[in-house]
Ligand binder design. Structure first.
Ligand code: MLT
Length: 253
């Protein structure tokens, strides 16, 4: 209790702070889900931000190659992009390479995107919350800013790789958690944050840490070194992709 000069007594107002949770794979149940932030650093969520940055009107994430092909037949103005086993599926306009995006190709276009893990995680998230954003290392500061301004509980959902945890997604999740001062972090969010900070220290920076991931090694083997570099850049765009819950497409938020 506190009292003022007039002698009245009143209780302290209870201050509640938002909670930040992290799930390391999409099939783990979030402790909070007011806002879900999907992460697939290599490469889907980096690709989504790159497409919107280059002037694409929207990105329409879908689960299967067949669905992407079908949408293009129904709407010939759409472009189709994505990967399976890292490579561009036959007949697709683009693969899943953020380093290859140019404004001249995508400006003003709607892009259907299907990837192995990232777009599947987006579908899971869409069933959990009406507010779904995407995070990559490239838009870390902008997502931090977005979350800080809303003060709503949020869960960072790592897409992982084929059901397994992935170093680069947890790195981005942990680095974002490290920036959310004043938020209440769940115990697993604290673990991921500590792990991310240790990785960065051990490998001399974010790019060095990303390079340790098996997914990065696989992309380099496939000749996508430039993508690994592009996906390792931190806070280089103010784009915060947000899912329109009715239409299921991502716009620049
Ligand atoms: C995925 O969704 O699994 C990835 O984005 C795969 C990749 O393009 O490397």
């Amino acid at each position: 209790m506190v009292s003022n000069d007039s002698g009245w007594h009143y209780p302290f107002a209870e201050v509640s702070v938002p909670t930040l949770d992290i799930v390391t794979t999409p099939d783990t149940h979030p402790e909070v889900q007011s806002v879900i932030v999907v992460i697939d650093v290599l490469r889907a969520t980096t690709m989504i931000a790159a497409l919107l940055d280059a002037g694409a009107n929207f990105v329409w994430p879908v689960r299967s190659i067949e669905k992407a092909r079908h949408l293009r037949i129904e709407h010939p103005e759409l472009m189709i992009a994505g990967e399976r086993s890292g490579l561009r599926p036959e007949g697709f306009d683009m693969g899943n390479s953020p380093a290859e995006i140019t404004s001249s190709t995508v400006r003003g276009r709607g892009i259907v995107l299907t990837t192995t893990n990232g777009t599947a995680a987006l579908e899971t998230a869409r069933h959990m919350s009406e507010t779904v954003l995407t995070l990559s290392l490239t838009n870390l500061a902008s997502v931090e800013h977005w979350l800080s301004n809303t003060d709503r509980d949020a869960c960072l959902m790592c897409s992982g790789t084929d059901g397994h945890r992935s170093l680069e997604d947890e790195l981005a999740a942990g680095l974002l958690a490290a920036r959310m001062s004043g938020w209440d972090l769940t115990s697993r969010a604290i673990c991921v944050r500590e792990q991310a900070l240790q990785l960065v220290e051990r490998w001399g920076g974010v790019a060095g840490a990303v390079a340790q991931s098996p997914h990065a090694a696989r992309l380099v083997e496939l000749g996508f070194d430039r993508d690994v570099d592009a996906c390792s850049r931190v806070s280089v765009t103010d784009c915060v992709p947000a899912l329109d819950s009715v239409r299921g497409v991502l716009f620049r938020g």
